[in-house]
Design a protein around this ligand. Structure first.
Ligand code: IPM
Ligand code: MN
Length: 362
């Protein structure tokens, strides 16, 4: 098939991890006879430098035209002056909003070979298989902000429609998995959370009676996630709680560098990015972990291009690379880590073993 994948490398380690991921996608395309084009656009700090805005119109239009978007990361110290009028992160937020990507899927599945990299005891981690569904275009991220010399405010607001649509995505996913959904809120304090909980209960009762729905307060969820992660399956929550809980959940997998994400809306188009940031401290050194971005490509193939076999190939190849101890520094635990390019190469080599060309199978 022919597909257009808009490439937004962004800042910091973004260009390094996206280049690594594109090399894997090209290899998959070659093996399966696909033709992927990668038109490239600026977003974040580099877009501020080149165009004066974090999300140029050409970038948004290019992403709208594409079948899917692959993004690295945005932000860095250069653009972090607290008094700056524009910030790189605004570009990412405007892109998510502009593309209508309200459901952000963040799978967390610790890899057996990487258990040692986690600060959590290994016996708690085996069998952990969670997907966090984070609401991505509402809440405190997008509410009105005010600032005076001696006060500031950020408004958190949610409409019923915004809650319903992300809850439906989460319920549908839960139905395909273990039929168990945990909805996370702070309903003992926040009005938006009380609305969230009411809507979740109603959607569950009326549309998904076959799915077991449980409500959890976000503070106790933060604890349970580390104390008994195996019990959870699909977790759905609002924008900022999801941001925080998924950085926490990345420690189950051993590294922030292992967690991919898919941001989806109503259609098939989506935005795929690692959950980690631009890591300015290691940018330009060629040592960033590319696995989160490579795994995001698997999600891209599955959700936007419906290339399920190819998506499975990438996931098996990453499994294989980790089994073969192809670790970047974040996973190597004091040992010397592989370079970003070498880790991507390890995945490409594993594709040979794990990626069967269609003619051979038929
Ligand atoms: C993430 C990031 C972003 C967020 C930042 C870079 C705006 O932390 O994707 O989790 O907070 O959503
Ligand atoms: Mn985050």
């Amino acid at each position: 098939m022919h597909a257009e994948i808009a490439l937004l490398p962004g800042d910091g380690i973004g260009p390094e991890v996206t280049a690594a991921a594109v090399s894997v996608l090209r290899s998959v395309a070659r093996r399966h006879g696909h033709d992927f084009a990668f038109p490239e656009y600026d977003v974040g700090g580099i877009a501020i430098d080149r165009h004066g805005v974090p999300l140029p119109e050409a970038t948004l239009q290019g992403c709208r035209r594409a079948d899917a978007v692959l993004l690295g990361a945005v932000g860095g110290p250069k653009w972090s002056d607290p008094n700056a009028k524009v910030r790189p992160e605004q570009g990412l937020l405007a892109l998510r909003k502009g593309l209508g990507l309200f459901a952000n899927l963040r799978p967390v599945r610790p890899h057996p070979a990487a258990l040692d990299a986690s600060p959590i005891k290994p016996h708690l981690l085996t069998g952990v298989d969670i997907v966090v569904v984070r609401e991505l275009t509402g809440g405190i991220y997008f509410g009105e902000k005010t600032r005076t010399a001696d006060a500031a405010s950020d408004l958190c607001s949610y409409s019923v429609v915004e809650i319903e649509r992300v809850l439906r995505s989460a319920f549908r996913l839960a139905r395909l998995r273990r039929g168990y959904l945990v909805s996370v809120d702070k309903a003992n304090v926040l009005e938006t959370s009380r609305l969230w909980r009411d809507v979740a209960a109603r959607i569950g009762r009326e549309e998904f009676p076959d799915v077991r729905l449980e409500h959890q307060l976000v503070d106790s969820m933060a604890m349970h996630l580390l104390a008994r992660p195996r019990e959870y399956d699909v977790i759905v929550t609002e924008n900022m709680f999801g941001d925080i809980l998924t950085d926490e959940a990345s420690m189950l997998a051993g590294s922030l560098g292992l967690l991919p994400s898919a941001s989806l809306g109503d259609g098939k188009a989506g935005l795929y990015e690692p959950i980690h940031g631009s890591a300015p401290d290691i940018a330009g050194k060629g040592i960033a972990n590319p696995y989160a971005t490579i795994l995001s490509c698997a999600l891209l193939l599955r959700h936007s291009l419906e290339l399920h076999e190819e998506a499975d190939c990438i996931e098996r190849a990453v499994d294989g690379a980790l089994n073969a101890q192809a670790f970047t520094g974040d996973l190597a635990r004091g040992g010397r880590g592989l370079s970003t390019a070498a880790a991507a190469q390890a995945v490409i080599e594993q594709l040979q073993a794990h990626c069967y060309v269609a003619e051979l199978r038929d």
